[in-house]
Design a binder for this molecule. Structure first.
Ligand code: LER
Ligand code: MN
Length: 275
């Protein structure tokens, strides 16, 4: 497994970002801190330059592991379950653009908050149908490009659609796409799952990305999650991708980033007996 940090562009409103700066500055800082990779939270791919990002990643020897898409919902209000069909269409169109960017950077695309929230007046079955339609349209494009995507279960305070690993695995079964897997975010799991370890086992070889944050969404090591247990379970499931720190910039961005890379690198060095 490798370490990564989630970063975004200046002005990004999502709270769990350590650096929101030009990619040129952020990638230099991420590399100097010793991360293996970087995850880019991108509101609108038309606002970034893929060739420039690829050049920076190469210069700093960083892998661009994933493209986050949640700001398309959080800041532009696009979602697969919006009651307005034109908003749903624009949400799918936006993810197609994220897929094109991911293709250029050899990254995966994260489907998190872009599914939206079921509005109170919308029946559950209808919200689920619209969400599945959105996932299907994106999976079709992903298959054409050969890009992989992950669906992220997100805690109940942020959405009322797919809070748990179990619900998300059911949707993956229904979609049956070889280009779709699950993203496990330890912060959301700590809120929603009775047992983090059991749900890592349940997700097994469908785990294609991991967001690492402690119980309080601070850097791993600043809360009470057991990252040795989490990493041992991920290893047992065969996961060999990134632990990408999606964390609050507390007590300050540099301390948060340093703590994340130190804790994760330490945990990855350690091999528990029999695991
Ligand atoms: C939202 O809390 C989150 O974890 C992001 O990865 C979703 O886009
Ligand atoms: Mn996340």
């Amino acid at each position: 497994m490798k370490t990564s940090l989630v970063v975004s562009t200046p002005g990004a409103r999502f709270s769990a970002l350590v650096f929101r700066d030009s990619f040129s500055n952020s990638l230099a800082r991420v590399a100097s801190l010793g991360f293996d990779g970087v995850e880019l939270a991108v509101r609108d791919p038309r606002m970034v330059n893929p060739a420039e990002i690829a050049r920076l990643a190469e210069e700093h020897r960083l892998e661009v592991c994933a493209i986050g898409t949640g700001q398309a919902y959080g800041e532009d209000g696009l979602s697969f379950t919006d009651p307005d069909p034109s908003v749903r269409e624009r949400a799918i169109h936006r993810i197609r653009e994220h897929l094109a960017l991911a293709w250029e950077l050899r990254a995966i695309v994260i489907l998190g908050l872009i599914r939206g929230k079921r509005p109170p007046e919308m029946p559950e079955a209808e919200a689920r149908r619209l969400m599945i339609c959105g996932f299907e349209a994106c999976a079709e494009e992903a298959a054409k490009l050969g890009v992989n995507m992950v669906i992220e279960p997100i805690n109940r305070y942020e959405t009322n659609l797919l809070n748990t690993v179990g619900e998300t695995l059911e949707v993956l079964d229904e979609l049956g796409s070889s280009h779709l897997g699950i993203l496990l975010d330890t912060f959301h799991m700590n809120i929603e799952e009775p047992s983090i370890a059991e749900n890592i086992r349940a997700a097994g070889n469908r785990i294609k990305h991991v967001h690492a944050a402690d119980s309080n969404r601070w850097a791993p090591g600043f809360g009470h999650l057991d990252f040795h247990e989490i990493v041992n379970e991920l290893r047992s499931s065969g996961y060999d991708g990134f632990l990408s720190a999606e964390i609050l910039p507390y007590p300050d961005p540099d301390t948060a980033a340093r703590k994340a890379v130190e804790t994760l690198a330490d945990v990855l060095k350690f091999r528990g007996a029999g695991k």
